[in-house]
Design a protein around this ligand. Sequence first.
Ligand SMILES: N[C@@H](CCC(=O)N[C@@H](CS)C(=O)NCC(=O)O)C(=O)O
Length: 219
Amino acid sequence: MIELIQFPWSNFCIVARRILEFSGARFKIINIPSGDRSLVWKLTQEKYYAVPVVKDGAKVVFESGDDTQDIAKFLDAKFKLNLFPAEREGEQAILWRYFEHDLEAVSFRLNDLYWREFVAKDDQLSFVRHKERKFGRGCLDEWRTQQQDLLRQLEQKLQPCELMLAHAEFLLGERPLFVDFELFGMVENFLYSGHYRLPKTQPHLRAWHRRMKTIRVAR
Ligand SMILES: N[C@@H](CCC(=O)N[C@@H](CS)C(=O)NCC(=O)O)C(=O)O
């Protein structure tokens, strides 16, 4: 059975998890502490420490670069999901970079500022250390003071999606493609703390989000 090595609030892990659920395949989730990557290190033969990682029998899949989608493409090919049709490859490449960079920079901060509520006690020291080493001392408190501004930025960054979804059920048409899962991962990470809702001003996005929560591939 496929195994997904993850932690539950990670945006990129949510993308892989939702694709697996969408496929209808049975899979096993292995949660690791965000501060202890020893399992990932071992499985990847000391090549990688990030999540997600997917293990399918002897095969271990992880991202080979900063802007790759190795896991999603592996799952897509294995389960014949057709999430990367050639004729939409260019649009998808532009869109997922926007989601992973511009949107993600705001969405993860909004969730992270509630870190005390979802990071296990034992994991908190390494969580804070990791964040502060990357974003500077006091970053988590700083994001809290910026919360209202970050929420405004998020709404603005989601607005192009609202405009696209006013004309179709999914971002690029009448069935979900990879970019729908990618956006779903960023949105679910933003919502993870339970303190937020998607903006009321974006009803099409809200309806899309409800669809994306449960949709399964048509066989
Ligand atoms: N581009 C990679 C990024 C993966 C990534 O950045 N994962 C985060 C968790 S959301 C991580 O494990 N970062 C490394 C670290 O925390 O040390 C992907 O799409 O999977």
